[in-house]
Design a protein around this ligand. Sequence first.
Ligand SMILES: NC(=O)C1=CN([C@@H]2O[C@H](COP(=O)(O)OP(=O)(O)OC[C@H]3O[C@@H](n4cnc5c(N)ncnc54)[C@H](O)[C@@H]3O)[C@@H](O)[C@H]2O)C=CC1
Ligand SMILES: O=C(O)CCC(=O)C(=O)O
Length: 446
Amino acid sequence: MNNLIKEFMDKLELRNAHEPEFLQAVFEVAESIIPFSEENQKYKIHKILERIAEPERVIIFRVPWLNDKGEVEVNRGFRVQMNSAIGPYKGGLRFHPSVNLSVLKFLAFEQVFKNSLTGLPMGGGKGGADFDPKGKSDHEIMKFCQSFMTELYKYVGADMDVPAGDIGVGAREIGYLFGQYKRIRGEFTGVLTGKGPEWGGSLIRPEATGYGVVYFVEEMLKLRGDSLKGKNVIISGSGNVAQYTVEKCIEVGAKVLTISDSDGYIYDRAGIDKEKLAFIMDLKNNRRGRIKEYADKFNCEFFAGQKPWSVKCDIAFPNATQNELDEADAVLLTENGCFCVAEGANMPTTPAAIHVFEKAKILYAPGKAANAGGVAVSGLEMSQNSLRYSWGREKIDIKLKLIIEQIHLACVKYGKEPDGYINYGKGANIAGFVKVADAMIAQGIV
Ligand SMILES: NC(=O)C1=CN([C@@H]2O[C@H](COP(=O)(O)OP(=O)(O)OC[C@H]3O[C@@H](n4cnc5c(N)ncnc54)[C@H](O)[C@@H]3O)[C@@H](O)[C@H]2O)C=CC1
Ligand SMILES: O=C(O)CCC(=O)C(=O)O
């Protein structure tokens, strides 16, 4: 490791010793930004990376609620307000038992760069709770969301901090959170995105992250005179991002072989088609069942407790959660002929696995670029809320495509190496950094 990077990471580790995910996310960015700041001394003099790696504010709060048996339950809620240099804090809420400060700080840190890449005026934040929605009744979900917002409402607002969904927070939860905010504040404003289309939500927001990842891959392939048509694709996860990645892959003529949940993955050699996808959506979004049911229904293989990375493919989309693809998986993927990996999830690939992809010179699209379509359409939802207007589906899809094309171009601009290989990770880090860093310098030491 370069000495300057080591020195920076040692200091960061002293102050954040028990936050491995946060340290991992910052290290991945520091690897590109520290050499870049050496060549652009103003960023070094203004200690921009040191400042970006320190949240502007962290709010931690108690979330008490009553379960269906009338018993008191207590969870911990968080909001990490990471950076507001280019706009109000913006980023999702995650409800999952694994949520802690390290996980939310890594997500908020990534969000700063991602939001900057979209070209829209959004700062970075992330929040959530160590609440497990699995097995909870609708009523319990509502009680929890109401209690969570009863504290969070003090710190959010359409011009201050605008949360949205993430793992475990979808349309249902956004509805309950919005209802409680409106009740407490007595105002109907764009305080959250991912709202229902009848009450201020944007069309295409549910689809945006999954569609955006596929648009990003189309851009990468276009540069090589190739396309997704006829490609074999493997996908992990079966939630919001995975579902709409499947939908768009089918639409552009790729064959989707796998999807997964935390119990294991299904391998459908015939490929997932529209009817099978409708089954997955009903299973996951309405019946809230396990993915094994897909294998039972469509008579295909289910691999309990395993991830899909051993399945031979052209393109892989890790779309479930952080660190779900490690070095051994990366070696297997490249040996099996996979030539493109695009992250629908945030930081699904470990640093060692990223180095395998870079060494093999395969196309690797980091989450902060590839999955930025979701927050981009959230930004468009904010614009529509400010205008008190709603745009049509086609207009938003065109804007989404354009934003992804521009992110791709920015990655190429900053990520192209002397031998012609495009290091999308480096490109996304530098392109995302420059805009935030320049805004921070312009705004003084705050
Ligand atoms: N929803 C959005 O708009 C965006 C989401 N993301 C990221 O995409 C990823 C997925 O998020 P969503 O689809 O929104 O969440 P979701 O709650 O709709 O689905 C999460 C999926 O991941 C699976 N999963 C969770 N933990 C797992 C584990 N330990 N092993 C295997 N599978 C696991 C779940 O079974 C589920 O299929 C996350 O990393 C999230 O941060 C990134 C950008 C935007
Ligand atoms: O739509 C948003 O505000 C946030 C989406 C998100 O959490 C993400 O990009 O990881």
